[in-house]
Design a protein around this ligand. Structure first.
Ligand SMILES: C[S@@+](CC[C@H](N)C(=O)[O-])C[C@H]1O[C@@H](n2cnc3c(N)ncnc32)[C@H](O)[C@@H]1O
Length: 229
């Protein structure tokens, strides 16, 4: 998304109207995970936030949120966290969740780098990484959401046996990610380089970006990386 994207009309009032769905807001100028963990601790009480103790799954970089809304409707007995750094972007799924009366989704308007401040260890069943920004330049490798610095944090936040489910259209980013998972001791399952080879599998929820790339005929890569503690 362009840095010059215009703020949505009546942004502040609209954000406020969905405020009860927002569990965390703002990066507080913190840009890396070490700083975040040292400076700030505001661990979320999920039982209080959702009003139950159902399993928790997290999507990092939810964008317009079509994936998380559809998944939450399909699985009402799971609680979903949708994380997105851009407040102008996260407003769209927040409003959709409000309008549709979806009860099992909450939002984190923070950078992924800050998750250790908010998410307790051993609390997540699944982390979804859907079409994360590939950041192909070598100098940005440590900012890729599957860099080992992130994977080691995800590992702590996931329960034993929990998994990361990643989809991407970018082959170089996918290959990089597979190597990072292996280096961090994750077990790889259900690896595919062409998820839509025989049409969309009936269980697969197509994200906004996925739809774009599938329409252009690009293959979609997918992996599940399981934590063994
Ligand atoms: C390419 S879009 C994919 C959106 C959606 N998941 C989909 O598949 O349609 C990537 C999204 O991740 C967000 N994002 C990128 N880096 C992030 C970070 N470090 N922390 C939080 N969100 C991030 C971007 O703002 C953007 O909305």
């Amino acid at each position: 998304m362009s840095m010059r994207m215009r703020k949505k009309r009546n942004f502040d009032a609209r954000m406020q109207a969905c405020g009860d769905l927002l569990l965390a807001k703002g990066a507080n100028g913190i840009l890396n995970m070490k700083e975040a963990a040292e400076h700030f601790r505001a661990l979320i009480d999920f039982s209080a936030a959702f009003g139950n103790d159902a399993p928790i799954e997290l999507e990092i970089g939810c964008g317009k949120g079509g994936f998380i809304c559809e998944l939450a409707c399909k699985k009402p007995n799971v609680n979903y966290l949708a994380l997105e750094k851009m407040s102008n972007v996260i407003l769209t799924p927040m409003e959709a969740v409000k309008a549709q009366g979806i009860e099992n989704v909450r939002f984190l308007n923070i950078r992924a780098e800050c998750i250790p401040c908010y998410i307790p260890e051993n609390s997540l069943d699944t982390i979804y990484l859907n079409f994360s920004t590939p950041l192909p330049k070598l100098g940005y490798a440590s900012q890729r959401l599957t860099h080992r610095n992130f994977l080691n944090v995800y590992k702590k936040l996931l329960k034993n046996g929990g998994r990361i489910v990643q989809k991407t259209d970018d082959r170089d980013f996918f290959d990089f990610s597979l190597e990072e998972y292996k280096a961090c001791g994750f077990a790889l399952e259900n690896v595919t380089y062409n998820l839509h080879e025989n049409g969309n599998p009936e269980w697969n929820i197509v994200t906004e970006y996925e739809n774009k790339w599938v329409e252009k005929g690009f293959p979609i890569h997918r992996v599940e990386a399981v934590v063994i503690k």
